[in-house]
Design a protein around this ligand. Structure first.
Ligand SMILES: C[S@@+](CC[C@H](N)C(=O)[O-])C[C@H]1O[C@@H](n2cnc3c(N)ncnc32)[C@H](O)[C@@H]1O
Length: 334
């Protein structure tokens, strides 16, 4: 048996297709060297999600302080019949950044006879096993997987997909990891892959009390700290780094001006280290900025969506106004 897209021998028997668009893994070193050469030093969050990072992220979603996943799942439970009505029967659901593909089950269960599900993630191993689990649990659904970088747009042209309405499912407030310019570029990329009648169902975390936000990203059990420090382990293991991780402390900061939580690794003493032979210094108190998580109001999110040609047809929130889900459709041309 052969893989329907690549033609190589398939190890993906349970999937309708596995499309490896070969995201350039080799950029890890270039991105780390570039980020460590900046002031302040920074790392890009895309590298959080190796197999270990993905497993730690799954732990984060169950933490008492991390309201995001629980709240979004609760909203999905409440709005199932509305989603079924908006999507109609025979929908094709595409999930960029699908990860463990947990939330998708709520959506698939809510929809009226969905035709297909396509998980898309940069982390190939995790993607394949998660999509195979969906295929096993939903035998009437066509399930495929695309290993790709969603910031490069969604390339669906050559896939043998069902012809139903396409719903791009982008939960978890992953949109918040992008600076405003990057968020616009990402949504524009989705917009370009859409046909009239298609839609985006997207999660956005809300601006709220700073203490609650900081606690969600700096939990008592130290799981988010492990997640953050896993980036340093990856650099040491995969790029021959010599960074003493015990000299770095995880810190979450609410930046009110930019409406975002920032994650940092702060040096508790002066550090000198190398990465693939390149030398770097960190002074005591200096930070490596590892992630941004922008927060939205319904108004600020609507303005972002409109700026790239979407209409916001529906917005749902939880009773405590912690999180929102939005249903976007390409705006009718004037
Ligand atoms: C925070 S998890 C979200 C998982 C799931 N959608 C949820 O809401 O629970 C983010 C996922 O996006 C993936 N990811 C991050 N950046 C990506 C990119 N540029 N292209 C494709 N996948 C990406 C990661 O590998 C990870 O599995």
């Amino acid at each position: 048996m052969h893989d329907r897209v690549s033609g190589r021998p398939s190890t993906h028997a349970a999937l309708a297709f596995y499309d490896d668009q070969q995201p350039p893994a080799g950029d890890f070193l270039a991105d780390v060297l570039d980020g460590f050469s900046r002031t302040p030093k920074q790392l890009t969050p895309v590298y959080f999600y190796d197999a270990k990072g993905s497993a730690i992220f799954d732990e984060i979603t169950a933490l008492p302080e991390y309201y995001v996943t629980r709240t979004e799942l609760g909203i999905l439970d409440q709005i199932g019949s509305e989603l079924a009505a908006l999507a109609g029967p025979g929908a094709v659901v595409i999930e960029p950044g699908s990860g463990s593909s947990v939330k998708i089950r709520k959506l698939l269960d809510a929809l009226s006879v969905p035709a297909a599900y396509v998980g898309l993630d940069i982390s190939g191993e995790h993607l394949e096993s998660a999509c195979q689990e969906i295929a096993a649990d939903y035998p009437n659904l066509q399930v495929g997987a695309i290993c790709a970088d969603f910031t490069e747009g969604l390339d669906l042209k050559h896939l043998t997909l069902e012809s139903g309405r396409r719903i791009i499912f982008f939960p978890g407030s992953t949109i918040g990891n992008f600076e405003p310019e990057g968020a616009r570029a990402l949504l524009s990329g989705f917009r370009k892959a859409m046909r009239p009648g298609d839609a985006v169902l997207i999660g956005a975390d809300r601006v709220k009390d700073a203490d609650r936000l900081v606690a969600a990203y700096d939990d008592k059990a130290g799981v988010t700290a492990r997640f953050n420090l896993n980036l340093i382990d990856r650099i040491n293991d995969e790029l021959g780094g010599t960074i003493d991780a015990s000299a770095l402390r995880h810190k979450a900061i609410w930046n009110a001006e930019k409406a975002r939580i920032e994650m940092h690794l702060i040096a508790i003493r002066d550090l000198h280290f190398t990465v693939s032979g390149h030398e770097f210094q960190l002074r005591e108190g200096e930070s490596i900025h590892t992630e941004n998580s922008h927060k939205f109001t319904p108004e600020s999110f609507t303005s972002l969506a409109k700026s790239v040609g979407f209409d916001v047809l529906q917005t749902w929130s939880d009773p405590a106004d912690l999180f929102t889900l939005h249903w976007l459709e390409p705006a009718a041309k004037a």
